[in-house]
Design a protein around this ligand. Structure first.
Ligand SMILES: NC(=O)c1ccc[n+]([C@@H]2O[C@H](COP(=O)([O-])OP(=O)(O)OC[C@H]3O[C@@H](n4cnc5c(N)ncnc54)[C@H](OP(=O)(O)O)[C@@H]3O)[C@@H](O)[C@H]2O)c1
Length: 348
């Protein structure tokens, strides 16, 4: 049972704390000794998120933000003057939107700048760092495909425009929502430079795999799009085709966010957090490490590693001290949690 850290580091606001990545961020922040005020769209959803961390009840509070694109929604979250840092993880993660602008671009972009507006207006000068969950989707140039021989890093930007994204397919639109939201945040910081007490850092992970922070009880709905990809491989006919050649472990992504909040040198930097990834490697590993999956995952071409670009996550190691684990641990831990959730579902 994790114990609350004796050394309290103050209170941070975490948006999207009810999600997959956000939940791991909340856990990491609590274990690191922060008080966490997590936001949700409704009180019931906020209560559900808090209930996931019973050992940390004293360090948790909630704020209901019905519309994260409206800065005024945040006013009461800052009213007690306690907030010194913000992690903005909330953003729509859907790859099949009905309306690209309404479902992805508007909430992501307006939500990103609204939280900065709110920190400036209501933060009372106490907020020192904002960390935003961006994505490798904001880094990768989708028009370049596998780009063999190229190495993506923080210097790269997905060049897609709002106009293109508004009429593109869902994957392109999601990637654009992340790129345009992150750009909007950096632009906002430049525009408000003389008025603000805080700096910005962004975390750009590729597919996030690895466990949820608390027990997973369902797999048929509600999984994050990335975890769904590994879930979908169970009993599938074929190994999925190459899409994004990178992954990051959910626990490493969370650690990167919390360190980016604390490390002074993270100010003004974006961090590509991740390592190279292929679905074939994930299938090979899980068939070996999870006995139940030996015959339930597609075989594909064992050992094959398709040529494509590399992702360079080394800045996060140098600046944030982030240590990367192995794909073996990430894939195994993901599937063990998924299979347990399937058992719970089957027994219900
Ligand atoms: N998973 C990945 O592979 C991956 C990779 C790179 C970056 N990311 C980023 O990580 C963040 C979290 O994603 P996830 O994988 O954890 O997905 P998730 O489980 O679906 O979580 C998404 C979170 O964002 C919140 N959210 C979505 N749309 C919102 C809106 N319009 N207003 C307020 N809150 C909204 C959700 O709140 P509700 O619970 O109320 O729906 C939820 O807390 C996102 O910013 C995503 O772009 C994810």
């Amino acid at each position: 049972m994790p114990m609350a850290s004796p050394q309290n580091k103050g209170t941070i606001l975490v948006t999207g704390g009810g999600g997959y990545v956000g939940g791991q961020i909340v856990r990491e922040a609590l274990e690191s000794g922060f008080n966490v005020r997590l936001t949700a769209r409704s009180a019931s959803s906020a209560d559900r998120s808090v209930a996931r961390f019973p050992a940390y009840a004293a360090q948790l509070s909630t704020a209901v933000i019905p519309d994260m694109t409206v800065p005024e929604s945040y006013e009461s979250s800052f009213a007690d003057g306690a907030i010194t840092g913000i992690i903005h993880a909330a953003s729509p993660f859907v790859l099949d939107p009905q309306d690209n602008v309404r479902d992805l671009l508007d909430p992501a972009i307006k939500g990103a700048t609204a939280v900065l507006d709110a920190a400036l207006r209501y933060g009372g000068g106490k907020v020192t760092r904002v960390v935003a969950t961006s994505s490798f989707a904001a880094v990768k140039d989708l028009s370049q495909g596998k780009r063999v021989g190229y190495t993506y890093s923080e210097k790269d930007w997905n060049p897609v425009s709002f106009k293109e994204a508004a009429v593109a397919n869902g994957v392109v639109a999601y990637c654009a929502s992340k790129a345009l939201a992150e750009r909007a945040m950096w632009d906002w910081m430049a525009t408000h430079k003389s008025e603000i007490t805080f700096t910005l850092a962004t975390i750009c992970p590729p597919w996030v795999f690895g466990p949820y922070a608390s027990a997973l009880r369902a797999t048929k709905s509600g999984l994050s799009e990335s975890v769904q990809l590994l879930n979908n491989m169970i009993d599938a006919d074929a190994v999925p085709a190459f899409d994004f050649g990178g992954y990051a472990d959910s626990r490493e992504v969370a650690a990167a966010h919390v360190r980016a909040l604390e490390v002074p040198e993270a100010a003004g930097k974006r961090f590509l957090v991740g390592q190279d990834f292929r679905y074939q490697a994930a299938a090979d590993i899980a068939r070996e490490t999870v006995p139940e999956l030996k015959t339930r995952l597609p075989v594909g071409n064992p050992g094959e590693w398709e040529d494509a670009y590399h992702v360079d996550g080394s800045l996060a190691t140098r600046v944030l001290g982030l240590k990367y684990g192995t794909l073996r641990d990430t894939v195994t831990d993901t599937y063990v949690q998924l299979l347990k959730a399937r058992e719970i579902e089957a027994a219900a």
